[in-house]
Design a protein around this ligand. Structure first.
Ligand SMILES: Nc1ncnc2c1ncn2[C@@H]1O[C@H](COP(=O)(O)OP(=O)(O)O)[C@@H](O)[C@H]1O
Ligand SMILES: [Mg+2]
Length: 281
């Protein structure tokens, strides 16, 4: 049994046409080891956020289940922290208070001084020293998401769930925050499940990249094992001989699956589910 196991999860929504139901994805199985960094890449609408929300306990699987440390996940919990694309900070609270709120809820018996020291440690890790007293309205997108990441890491969850956290951040800032994320992950060794649509980001961060076919009835079509050694940086990784091989492979997959909605070779005719293709670079 893997540390985080997504076990034959399918999701259906009521059909917008009123009758029947639409299958977003079917029989998704992903086994994630403790400390592993896994990303999911796929076209918009294939069900990435829905899958992440099921792991978070914010949505329910129609079939199958999610096991964390051998126990079935039901509902949200502090063992799984989510970072959303839209930052989701409390607008009336300062940077410090936004993070402290999470820390206090995770460590309820801590003294205020202990909470403050912990919050300040994470504020420093994301380079927000000096901005502690600012409210979200006074922060740039990049700074807001630094607060989101600091908040998520500060409660030291078993699993970090990142749903396109850099999608709204300009490319230059995104690169800087990606490296901060790598550094935090290097020390925390959290298990991370991240949704992205940025191929370069996926290669930089991942141990494995799950390539999702298009919906309806999306599935994990391929799993790419990224063997480029760590530590990685944006600068050094592009010189690695496997970098452009992986990049081309992933882009080809995405282009193929944009042309064939439903995915090449979707399971059909009552046949058992196809296993994802494993690729190793
Ligand atoms: N609450 C809902 N009710 C009905 N359909 C939904 C709901 N949430 C998502 N969907 C549909 O499920 C599909 C997958 O959505 P989503 O997980 O947001 O995709 P992604 O994150 O990959 O862009 C989309 O077609 C979307 O319209
Ligand atoms: Mg999404």
């Amino acid at each position: 049994m893997a540390f985080l196991q997504i076990d034959n999860v399918s999701k259906y929504f009521p059909s917008p046409l009123g009758e029947g139901r639409v299958c977003v994805f079917k029989d998704v199985t992903i086994k994630i080891d403790k400390g592993e960094f896994v990303t999911v890449i796929g076209h918009s609408g294939c069900g990435k956020s829905t899958l992440l929300n099921i792991i978070a306990g914010l949505d329910e699987a129609s079939e199958g289940g999610v096991l964390l440390g051998g126990r079935e996940v039901s509902g949200p919990g502090l063992d799984r922290m989510v970072v959303f694309q839209n930052f989701s900070l409390m607008p009336w609270m300062t940077v410090f208070e936004n993070i402290a709120l999470a820390v206090r809820s995770a460590y309820q018996d801590w003294e205020p001084s202990q909470v403050a020291a912990h919050v300040n440690k994470y504020i420093a890790l994301v380079g927000l020293k000096g901005a502690e007293a600012k409210r979200p309205a006074a922060l740039s997108g990049g700074m807001k998401q630094r607060v989101g990441l600091a908040r998520a890491f500060s409660i030291e969850p078993k699993v970090l769930l990142l749903d396109e956290p850099f999608a709204q951040i300009d490319a230059l800032t995104r690169g800087v925050i990606q490296e901060e994320l790598i550094q935090m992950w290097n020390t925390s060794k959290n298990t991370v499940f991240m949704v992205t649509h940025d191929v370069d980001e996926a290669i930089l961060l991942s141990d494995r990249i799950m390539l999702m076919t298009n919906g309806p009835s999306a599935r994990i079509g391929e799993i790419v094992d990224v063997t480029i050694p760590r530590p990685r940086s944006r600068e050094s990784i592009i010189d690695h001989p496997h970098y452009y091989k992986i990049r081309n492979h992933v882009i080809h997959f995405l282009v193929r699956h944009a042309a064939h909605a439903g995915g090449v070779g979707s399971a059909s005719g009552g046949r058992s589910v196809e296993e994802p293709v494993l690729v190793r670079f």
